[in-house]
Design a protein around this ligand. Structure first.
Ligand code: NDP
Length: 467
């Protein structure tokens, strides 16, 4: 049957035909996305993963089809692409490309990080922005979905070069953001230093001190305690809750973590605090294995303070070993795998190794760290999966807490923010668990998180009319 000719509402009488139509409706939306966004593979992947998992919802709630909620959801409200010219230390003119996708503002101002990495393109920004809609909805806080970044590579750049790049980037971006409009934060390659330079330039251009325009700020100019640690800590709070629901706990478990940046480091810190042992971590060059338990303070010093390669760890710790190439990290025998580096880190081969090695759980700290094939394989083989949209939502949730503190012009203590973060992660877990159960996928938190995140956005989109 020609997909375009389907009117699922007209097929309600015959439930079987209707269910077929739901699948066809979803497939038609996915095809439209592929045609409109040619070559944007990461975006296609993210859309396919989410939309297929929503089919049971559409069967129960055909009004979402009638209102064409999916068609609207997959089309960003606005996309901005801009030139970022800057001058390097040798006096040469460099040109990068800047992006901001303002995906969905139903629930609140667009919110989502900025990524500076040579791989950033339209597809990466759209996949991240799309996922952000559901993640932000799951936090229960009033934030919409957005994402941005640049193909600028901060590696090997001097502080001054980073500053000049950030100033040029913000000179264009500032027109499109604001505390009630769009509130960027950090992501890969954007940490406290970059947020500082971006905020300084925004303030200068606007002639106004609006701390609520960016999150992840320094503590002495409007930042929130726990924001730095929040994504990693939140991931572990979620994984801990998920394990408890299946009669496991973290105590004594062997953990492998990919990445050694913000998310990886604070996930490692929290999981060790809760009695587990992190035995391997990596950067984009290779991984280290330390069966006695990785010294996280040393990783912090090497990666965050000195901005060096993880290889240095093995030079200092004689018990540990360094292996060139990052992929081999998933062949290490462990109980829990925490991909906290980048997208599509765990492909089907790595997923097979994890299953062979009898991992109990995979906790996604990074965004879309598993390919769709790997994700299905892990779930089919009974591995507990803490999905990124839910499990790494602690970062953006704490960013929203930073926005609240900025609006109230006060600061909460570390313990207060940490407690709020923990409650949010427990609530997200429960929402994912309940939604999975209600829609016939008990124990599948990937489906549960997608559905729980979607329901709120879809209802708000309908109540706000066709916009
Ligand atoms: P960072 O830039 O702090 O760290 C990224 C880490 O991943 C680095 O160790 C980096 O290695 C490694 N990495 C990057 N690309 C690759 C690659 N292709 N192969 C292997 N390793 C790689 O970023 P974050 O920790 O902030 O972000 C990590 C992930 O978490 C991303 O997917 C991000 O979207 C997600 N996330 C981050 C949030 C946050 O609050 N920061 C919130 C929610 C999700 P190297 O040092 O060699 O570059």
């Amino acid at each position: 049957m020609k997909v375009d000719s389907i009117d699922p509402i007209g097929k309600l009488e015959d439930n079987n035909i209707f269910e077929t139509s739901v699948t066809q409706y979803v497939n038609r939306v996915i095809e439209d996305v592929k045609n409109r966004n040619k070559g944007d593979e990461e975006f296609h992947q993210a859309v396919e993963e989410v939309l297929h998992s929503l089919e049971p919802v559409l069967v129960k709630k055909p009004e979402y089809i009638k209102e064409r909620v999916l068609d609207r959801l997959v089309e960003p409200e606005r996309q901005i692409i801009f030139r970022v010219p800057w001058v390097d230390d040798e006096g040469n003119v460099q040109v990068n490309r800047g992006f901001r996708v303002q995906f969905n503002s139903s629930i609140g101002p667009y919110k989502g990080g900025l990524r500076f990495h040579p791989s950033v393109n339209d597809s990466i920004v759209k996949f991240l922005g799309f996922e952000q809609i559901f993640k932000n909805s799951l936090t229960g806080l009033p934030i919409g979905g957005g994402k941005g970044g640049s193909d600028f590579d901060p590696k090997g750049k001097s502080d001054r070069e980073i500053m000049r790049f950030c100033q040029s980037f913000m000179t264009e971006l500032y027109r499109y953001i604001g505390p009630d409009v769009d509130v960027p934060a950090g992501d890969i390659g954007v940490g406290g230093r970059e947020i500082g330079y971006l905020f300084g330039q925004y303030k200068r251009l606007k002639n106004a001190n609006e701390p609520g325009v960016l999150t992840g700020k320094g503590l002495n100019y409007g930042g929130s305690l726990v924001r730095t640690e929040a994504t990693g800590y939140g991931l572990i709070y979620f994984v801990d809750e998920m394990l408890k629901a299946h009669d496991y706990d973290l105590n004594g478990k062997k953990i492998v973590i990919s990445g050694s940046g913000n998310v990886a480091i604070y996930a490692a810190e929290k999981v060790q605090e809760l009695g587990a042992c992190v035995i391997a971590m990596c950067d984009s060059n290779g991984y280290i294995l330390d069966e006695s338990g990785i010294d996280i303070s040393l990783i912090k010093k090497i990666k965050l303070v000195e901005r060096k390669r993880i290889k240095e760890y093995a030079d200092i710790k004689s018990n540990s070993k360094y292996y060139e190439g990052q992929k081999g990290i998933w062949s290490i025998k462990c109980d829990i795998a925490l991909p906290c580096a980048t997208q599509n880190d765990i492909d089907i081969e790595s997923a097979k190794l994890l299953v062979e090695n009898k991992v109990i759980a995979v906790g996604e700290g990074a965004n879309m760290p598993c390919t769709n094939e790997a994700l299905s394989y892990l779930l089919e083989n009974g591995i507990l999966v803490a999905p990124a949209k839910a499990a790494n939502a602690g970062g953006v949730a704490t960013s929203a807490l930073e926005m609240s503190q900025n609006s109230m012009r006060l600061s909460w203590s570390f313990e207060e923010v940490d407690e709020k973060l923990k409650n949010i992660m427990v609530n997200i877990f429960n929402a994912s668990k309940e939604a999975a159960k209600e829609y016939g996928a008990e124990g599948n938190y990937v489906v549960g998180a997608n559905i729980a995140g979607f329901l709120k956005v879809a209802d708000v989109m309908i109540s706000q009319g066709i916009i």
